[in-house]
Design a binder for this molecule. Structure first.
Ligand SMILES: C[S@@+](CC[C@H](N)C(=O)[O-])C[C@H]1O[C@@H](n2cnc3c(N)ncnc32)[C@H](O)[C@@H]1O
Length: 251
């Protein structure tokens, strides 16, 4: 199969994203973040979710009484997000832009960036630009909460493995290739969707990069943050054997 037949990430899979991610415990992730906010004495109720995708977390925050801003580079993901949250009373809004280059009208007290989204930044320079942007868009003492896949996750879990899944009417194939020199994982994702008598096939190519924890620490430091890195869903200090880490960074 020619590589050209794979579309860029988050273009045509958007309407199917929630079905193929139905195994993700988003309510558990949001409760964990609420605990992080509590332990950091953050009482503010305004959140910018960067790379919000189809907005599942935004909806959960709205249900908890937060005002939310969603930001994503993918127009099609934001379209799904808009439908999901349009009936909530939310004064803020959705922004279609790149998280390396965000400039909000007014700074916000809480910024989140979840579920691998930062791994889609493929160079240290891009990650640093993003951290600088986050810093500049936070109010004084604002908090930035994010997760990232580790090198262990991309190299050893995904590796050069191909996974198959079935979620409702969608059969998906996740074909991974890991480059040890760059720590970039290339995923060729194929969805076969059965709709009545028709079957539709969609293909996208995704690239994620993992960074050593020392690099993440240096970049956060460089951007001006005080921070802690935890093993995801815990308050245990992160290490390279974790699959996913959670960063909590204060301005
Ligand atoms: C794996 S999805 C996660 C979506 C959502 N945060 C969630 O938890 O379901 C990654 C998201 O990051 C977005 N993304 C990737 N690179 C981006 C960038 N440079 N700027 C803004 N959004 C980006 C994609 O469009 C996609 O919606």
């Amino acid at each position: 199969m020619k590589s050209e037949s794979f579309n860029p990430p988050f273009t045509n899979i958007a309407p199917y994203y929630d079905t193929i991610m139905s195994f993700v415990n988003y309510p558990g992730w949001v409760s964990y973040i609420e605990t992080i906010l509590l332990t950091n004495n953050v009482e503010a109720k305004q959140i910018l979710d960067m790379a919000c995708g189809t907005g599942t977390c935004l909806k959960l925050w709205l249900e908890k009484g937060y005002q939310v801003i969603g930001l994503d580079r993918s127009f099609t993901m934001l379209e799904i997000c808009k439908k999901k949250i349009s009936h909530y009373n939310n004064n803020l809004g959705l922004i279609n832009c790149d998280m390396r280059n965000v400039s909000l009208k007014s700074p916000v007290p809480i910024i989140t960036c979840l579920y691998d989204s930062l791994n889609y930044l493929l160079s240290e320079g891009d990650l640093l630009s993003c951290f600088h942007n986050v810093y500049n868009n936070l109010t004084p003492q604002g908090i930035f909460i994010f997760d990232m896949n580790t090198i262990h996750s991309l190299c050893d879990e995904w590796g050069n493995n191909t996974f198959h899944r079935k979620d409702k009417n969608i059969f998906s194939t996740w074909q991974n290739i890991y480059d040890r020199k760059t720590n970039i994982s290339t995923l060729k994702l194929t969805l076969k969707i059965k709709e009545n008598t028709k079957a539709v096939m969609l293909r996208e190519c995704h690239k994620e990069r993992a960074y050593p924890l020392t690099v993440i620490r240096n970049l956060l430091d460089n951007a001006g943050f005080s921070f802690s890195l935890y093993r995801h869903l815990t308050f245990r200090p992160a290490d390279e054997n974790d699959l996913r880490i959670m960063g909590v960074a204060r301005k």
